[in-house]
Design a protein around this ligand. Sequence first.
Ligand code: VTB
Length: 313
Amino acid sequence: MVIDSKFLNLFIKATEKAAIGASKFVGKKDKAAADKGAVDPMRAELNKIEMDGRVVIGEGEMDEAPMLYIGEKLGVSKDPKLDIAVDPLEGTKFTANNEPNAFSVLAVTNRGNLLSAPDTYMEKIAIGDQLPKNLLDIDNGVEKNIKILAEAKNKKISDLKVCVLKRPRHDQIVKILMNMSVKINYITDGDIAGVLSVVGKNPKNDIYYSTGGGPEGVLAAAALSCYGGQIQGRLVLNNEEKNRAKKLGITNFEQKYNIDDMIKGDVIFCASGVTNGDLAEGVQDLGNKFKVTTFALHKSKKINKIFTNIYKK
Ligand code: VTB
């Protein structure tokens, strides 16, 4: 079942209003205020949409308002039944410090087609399109995965570019990559854009290889699925998080999720820039109005486009 194209503009409006809300806090060194600045307008817009919407990926679980929490119902109609993944502000740090790559993002599928995962860490490897299905496996380890990828892409290992989230927890991955003379492109935050750097016209990277947020993993998977890219993820859960995962129906805590396990069927994905970034330009304050830019995908309609909209203040 496809998602009606009339919804695309409505969801774009939700991320654009969120981006405007967050943009008021750019450079203000207040991550929490910036996040709330995005959440409130996103919720208000989503609640206007004629749908029976349900948050399956959010910033918290069960009634954790003011965040858009997992299980929250959105919209004003009984149909269509849609599942929504939200990250009202991806890059709270970027926003607080006025750095590039902050954006407001969401993904939408029909009911039951998006993995509902708790807000925990997720190990992730992501690669682009035109590659054999389920080519890589987290349990292969870094060295084997890199060798398999080089062979599948018919590239020299030293020509492969790997995107890594700069964190001490990745020291071992980095050590192996360096020993193999692979090129490493670090990001300091924002691994939705990191994962998406493996697809597009001239992909910046051949693979993303790091542990970041689980919600960000599912959101990135939604976008990747529109390109034919691949991702494999595994949640990283402590005991308390295992209980939270259980409540969302997850029983196998070691499960490796391939892209088809995270996302099925039609997808709408919208990312509106707060600050300038790889996916979209940031919000521009034009005095009496805002100019907002959104990178949007609608899988079934083959839409992959940058939208620009003006909002009166
Ligand atoms: C991850 C990543 C996000 O924050 O959640 C990261 O997926 C937090 O990681 O894209 P640490 O706890 O190691 O700081 C982002 O980079 C930005 O929200």
